[in-house]
Design a protein around this ligand. Structure first.
Ligand code: URA
Ligand code: CA
Length: 433
């Protein structure tokens, strides 16, 4: 087989075979196919698209390029959740114990990554003593005992995707539905999930800025998942403003505790019930989404969910008394309020700008080596559709620096206040199953 023939075939809009796709991915990963040929193929795919079966073959070729996590010794159907990312997305912290509390195993492998705030494991590390570097045996033992554990990512998952994503990044080929969908799905499948719930965000703070693109990506990922034998459901949700109120590591842990206690922000609570009910349904623990939702609501009301969170924290060495006394979480030295300049209704909160403001405070990593400040971040006081009076606080800044001029400026730019009536954004646009 020759790579040039594969490139020409895709350039002419023909369907590649599984063997051809495997040949390209294997060769690219082991270095026998050079960057320039792989770039040409990526660009051909960008313009000519891929058929459903090509997408599945590409995904599986990337899965097979590295380690595949084996979760078969953990009882039950392992359901993973993936979010396409946004600002202040605290859902994993809540969903893991919530869903586990009704008997669905959640074996979470999480990276640290770059972003406006840390990843799930950074957030959990704001709980004193919490260990994410647990060995494989301990991980499996905790899973079978508690149905929930979170471990830092180790091993060599989907090296083909890592290399290919890097190449796409500098060749104008990131923004291709078949390439994005196979990239995301390859990582989920390699992580050992039996079934997958996808939270595809749309809006100013999302990767997919408009609803049509988000729908297309969601359909593509569901098709790949099902084509690869993993039951997959996607939910398209709003990221036109940050989710919940808190953006920051310890601040989000506090928000997760509130939500597990039934006192969380309305949007975050609702999204967790929506995603959680899909997870419970896919795990075969309920006959319908409604029944699953009812189980999760009960778990919150009866305290089962928050108890599971305590068990989970303690099992990984963390101080579970933070749940009853969140003042034990790291706190910033200073707080500042960003005040509204006029009366009206909040009409816009540009999520990206809020995220950048949080990362300027030190809540996220700018480079792989950056140190995160777990205590700092932002707490929104108003969301889109809320009335506001001049001088009222829009956001509380939690900072370890006394100087926050730039942060305040970004927040001012992020918020718009209108004199007209403003509709609250729809939270869940569509479920694709
Ligand atoms: N996120 C991924 O993991 N892969 C892509 O290709 C795009 C976004
Ligand atoms: Ca939040």
């Amino acid at each position: 087989m020759r790579m040039v023939d594969i490139i020409e075939k895709k350039r002419d809009g023909l369907e590649l075979t599984r063997e051809e796709i495997e040949f390209a991915i294997k060769g690219y990963t082991d270095g026998s196919i050079p960057d320039y040929q792989m770039s040409a193929l990526a660009m051909a795919i960008y313009f000519k698209d891929m058929t459903p079966s090509e997408r599945v073959h590409l995904t599986m070729a990337m899965v097979e390029s590295g380690d595949v996590i084996d979760l078969s010794s953990i009882e039950g159907i392992k359901v993973d959740k993936h979010s396409t990312g946004g600002v202040g997305d605290t859902t994993t912290l809540i969903l893991a114990p919530l869903v586990a509390s009704v008997g669905v195993p959640v074996a979470k492998m999480s990276g640290r990554g770059l972003g406006h705030t840390g990843g799930t494991i950074d957030k959990l590390e704001s709980i004193a003593g919490f260990q994410v570097e647990i060995d494989n045996d301990t991980f499996h033992r905790l899973m079978n005992a508690n149905q929930v554990a979170v471990v830092g990512q180790s091993g060599n998952l989907t090296p083909a995707d890592k290399k290919f994503y890097g190449l796409r990044d500098v060749t104008g080929t990131v923004n291709s539905i078949p390439l994005i969908a196979s990239s995301i799905m390859s990582k989920k499948i390699a992580s050992g999930a039996d079934a997958i719930v996808l939270d595809v965000k749309t809006g100013s703070g999302a990767f997919m800025k408009n609803l049509e693109d988000a729908k297309e990506l969601a359909h593509a990922m569901v098709q790949i998942g099902n084509g690869a034998g993993r039951k997959t459901i996607a939910v398209i949700t709003d990221m036109s403003q940050p989710l919940g109120y808190a953006i920051g590591n310890a601040l989000e842990v506090k928000e997760a505790i509130d939500t597990l206690n039934g006192n969380g922000p309305k949007d975050l609570h609702e999204l967790c019930l929506t995603l959680g009910s899909k997870m419970v349904y896919l795990a075969g623990k309920a006959e319908s989404y409604d029944e699953a939702r009812k189980m999760l609501e009960d778990a919150i009301h009866t305290g089962k969910a928050i108890e599971k969170f305590k068990t989970f924290i303690a099992a990984q060495g963390g101080d579970s008394t933070v749940v009853d006394d969140p003042t034990k979480l790291p706190t910033a030295s200073y707080t500042f309020e960003v005040e509204a300049q006029e009366d009206g209704v909040v009409s816009e909160i540009i999520a990206d700008k809020i995220g950048v403001a949080a990362s300027l405070l030190g809540a996220g990593r700018i480079t792989k080596e950056s140190q995160i400040d777990l205590a700092v971040g932002l707490v929104l006081r108003k969301k889109i559709g809320d009335n506001v009076k001049k001088g009222e606080s829009l956001v509380t800044i939690h900072s370890n620096k006394q100087e926050v001029i730039e942060v305040k400026k970004l927040i001012d730019e992020a918020f718009s206040v209108s004199q007209n009536e403003v509709e609250r954004p729809t939270l869940v646009y569509e479920v694709i199953d």
